[in-house]
Design a protein around this ligand. Sequence first.
Ligand code: MIC
Ligand code: SF4
Length: 643
Amino acid sequence: MGCTLAYKILREHLISGDLRPGEEITIRIDQTLTQDSTGTMVYLQLEAMDADMVKTELSVAYIDHNTLQTGFENADDHAFIKSVAARHGILFSKPGGGICHQLHLENYGIPGKTLLGSDSHTPTGGGLGMIAIGAGGLDVAVAMAQGTYSLTVPKVLGIELTGALRPWVSAKDVILHVLKEISVKGGVGKIVEYFGGGVGALSVTDRATIANMGAEHGATTSVFPSDENTEAYLGQQRRGGEYVPLSADPDAAYDEILRVDLSALEPLAAMPHSPDNVDAVKNIGRIKVDQVAIGSCTNSSYTDLMKAAAILKGRKVHPNVSLVISPGSACILSKIASNGALADLIDAGARIIENACGPCIGMGQSPRSGAVSLRTFNRNFKGRSGTNDADVYLVSPETAAVSAVTGVLTDGFAEGTALGISLPEIAAETFERKDNFVVYPPAEGGGEVVMGPNIKPFPRGNALPDAVEGEIVLVAGDNITTDDIMPSDSRLLPYRSNIPYLSNYCFEKIDAGFAARAKKADGGVIVGGDNYGQGSSREHAALVPLYLGIRMVLAKSFARIHRSNLINSGILPLVFEQHGDYDKMKAGGALVLADADAQIDRNIIIVNDKGTGAEYRFLNTLTDIEKRMIRAGGKINMIRQGD
Ligand code: MIC
Ligand code: SF4
């Protein structure tokens, strides 16, 4: 049987371990990226490791999340990141340059390379044929310091694409369809690899949209072949020389296969409050819309904005709708400014905001109370927009633009509206390579670290005690997101380098009393359902609980990045062997994991109820390296002990 593309790239980068599903391997990391809201922590950790110049071929520190600068905090973080980047040979991408994933695709992504990023949407690079993985900040810091990353080998889910998309149906609808099919946890433990005749009908930015939102089904990453469309895209970006053709063997053995006929797809939308709550736009109906937002790392490419401009040209945004557009990069904004498309958007009544994450992470543009907001983004978790009772629908740029005009959720295809754009013409255009927003590090590195008053030391775990015990401070349900655990909006994002401050808001949106209870319990246990910790890569969702004294999280299953972040912080994630035991967990009860050092080596870990003595069995999913981390009280401690 032949080899998948994913395994070919992993094999190329294998340093140690067996490339078989479930085995732990260490791979070489060619490139890393960070963004500012996880980056401050990454660079504090890099400094704490006494690292020298980075060991990667390329590392870039982007500023794109915290760009509101309502106080000194964000700007201080930017200055800190810039100073550390210079010290270690890291490129610094200033605020205003654009969104990290779009910028990386345009400027630095190379087929066949590995990329590790401190953001869950790093897999966007899979659109260029990279193995691009999102990880917690500490893993990215280690990758910069050592040039390596360890992971459990995922299975490969092959998605065979056939046919071609009809007008008004776009890449967003492909990934929404996949999410509907496999759910928000269907990709956990897998790499999703696209193949088949339909791949050629998708441009690199289409592929990037699909790979980007693979984060929403929990996959380790998603990857597309590198073909003539890849060559054309790199040529457009004046990087034609970096093209490498790559594909799976024709008889590649996939662990599972899902087939998607592109020609059968129609405009879709993810309804509140989950990216997999998907239905056809025409089935949802013509609901009244208050806000439309076009942008984010999923749908802010040049093509996406050109489509929106073509739909809006000569029309007017509905009086009840606020349309807001955030281009993916300065390069895209400059291009639409010079070709007149920007004027078409503004003349239609669009609000143009900075090339940054912006409303996607609640940094401004929160909709009004009870609003319906259509967004081309990737996550519609409750409250993420900054308005707790808003209903956010995730849609394609086409659906967003036409709905902004009609004022109701609209299926442009069903309406028979003309799209008025030639996609091949757009794909043939070239961009000037500009690096006006990039600061290159001095060849020799070095320089002072610039540290503002909002930047506080990060918490470190303690070595594993004889017994891990504590009160159950929270019993949460299924699919708890990291936005639930550690909310991040314009109010809290400026405090990403201040864990003590953030700790007051842990679980705020679902349980306002959590922080106070956890502080009082001083060593609590969190209980979660399935897919605990889905969503972002923010390690604050582990560091804040650590700061609050949490030492153990029990769940039916964990999302990949959050599970690693817990372990990196020295917090033990245990999986219920019997899901029925979850129902027996009551807030206020007390649990103990006795003889912890010995138990950590067993396949089944026993936890007892301190009151009744009742016994609960948990699966131990820790790899050997992870056991060492838990024993040391976290990854940094392990590294500093020279382990
Ligand atoms: C997100 O989309 O949730 C974020 C904000 O980009 C996060 C990173 C963060 O919390 O800083 C992510 O996706 O990893
Ligand atoms: Fe930024 Fe949103 Fe993309 Fe996260 S998902 S990187 S907040 S644009």
